[in-house]
Design a protein around this ligand. Structure first.
Ligand SMILES: Cc1cc2nc3c(=O)[nH]c(=O)nc-3n(C[C@H](O)[C@H](O)[C@H](O)COP(=O)(O)OP(=O)(O)OC[C@H]3O[C@@H](n4cnc5c(N)ncnc54)[C@H](O)[C@@H]3O)c2cc1C
Length: 259
């Protein structure tokens, strides 16, 4: 016999257990777009304790809509092995161009990330960083997206992580939180967020990989967030760079944690 209160209790208990477990994580990823999901996947696969915080109800970021709402995503040869790792079927169009179904890409990546051991907390938004000691990002300050939308005056909570990954896309929100408090201290030419340049896929994709890096002690940038912080060209609806960027950050964070 189904008891309504029993159902409620299961939801409350399981969620609280999981949230409490991830209050101290190896890596906290902000944003479940393609770059954040890929970073989380490779880190979790290496045995790291990874939590992803996504402010929206759905994961996938800008991947669902392909280009102009045509739900096909395009990627290049360099990223093909990552699509294979995620078991996303694709078509070859010759000359190193490939395409995949955008909805399959999001759902396949989501399932792989969770099965690799990462936990996705949706509807939770990062609104600041934790910086115990003052010289390093040591975690995140989080609140419900619904609190932000309603403009309620409600204090957030905090989680700790050895590394935080800003995978918030064009807004590079986590880096923005650091810059707001510590002007001129980022590891960029100006010390501040430099802003994205206009569209040029060839340059943008290369630039993104070169600039996927630690932007402040304890804080990495991946995907469009890295382009926006370091002033790369935007690259339009090509997604290979997002996955390559996530994988690169995962490798670097992994080796930092191992050393
Ligand atoms: C409106 C729009 C414009 C686009 N413009 C471009 C472009 O100019 N150039 C280009 O190359 N591609 C563009 N794209 C294509 C595509 O979005 C990106 O290439 C790709 O999705 C970026 O991947 P990402 O993982 O870096 O970030 P995204 O896919 O954007 O994912 C970021 C995720 O972070 C979440 N997030 C943001 N802030 C917070 C927070 N504070 N707390 C928790 N979660 C947070 C978001 O909800 C989102 O799910 C665009 C897509 C959209 C929808």
């Amino acid at each position: 016999m189904l008891k309504d209160v029993r159902i409620t209790k299961i939801i409350l208990n399981r969620y609280m257990e999981e949230l409490e477990y991830y209050l101290q994580s190896d890596i906290a990823v902000v944003g479940a777009g393609p770059a954040g999901l890929t970073a989380a996947y490779y880190l979790a696969k290496s045995g790291r304790k990874v939590a992803i915080f996504e402010k929206r109800l759905s994961i996938g970021g800008g991947m669902w809509g392909g280009g102009i709402m045509f739900n096909t995503i395009v990627f290049q040869e360099e990223a093909r092995e990552i699509f294979e790792e995620f078991e996303i079927e694709y078509k070859s169009h010759g000359d190193g161009y490939y395409s995949a179904d955008a909805v399959l890409a999001v759902t396949a990546m989501g399932a792989k990330v969770i099965r690799a051991g990462a936990k996705i907390f949706n509807l939770l938004a990062a609104e600041d960083v934790l910086s115990e000691g003052g010289s390093r990002v040591t975690g995140l300050v989080l609140n419900w997206t619904s609190v932000q939308i309603a403009g309620l005056h409600i204090d957030p909570v905090a989680i700790e992580a050895s590394f935080v990954v800003d995978a918030t896309g064009h807004d590079c929100q986590v880096v923005g939180f650091v810059q707001n408090k510590l002007k001129g201290k980022l590891f960029t030419e100006t010390g501040n967020i430099m802003g994205e340049r206009s569209m040029w896929a060839e340059s943008g994709e290369k630039f993104l990989l070169e600039h996927t890096r630690e932007v402040y002690p304890g804080l990495y940038v991946v995907g469009m967030s890295a382009s926006a912080v370091y002033s790369g060209h935007r690259m339009g609806p090509i997604f290979g760079g997002m996955l390559l960027s996530g994988r690169k950050a995962a490798r670097e964070i992994n080796s930092s944690l191992s050393s």
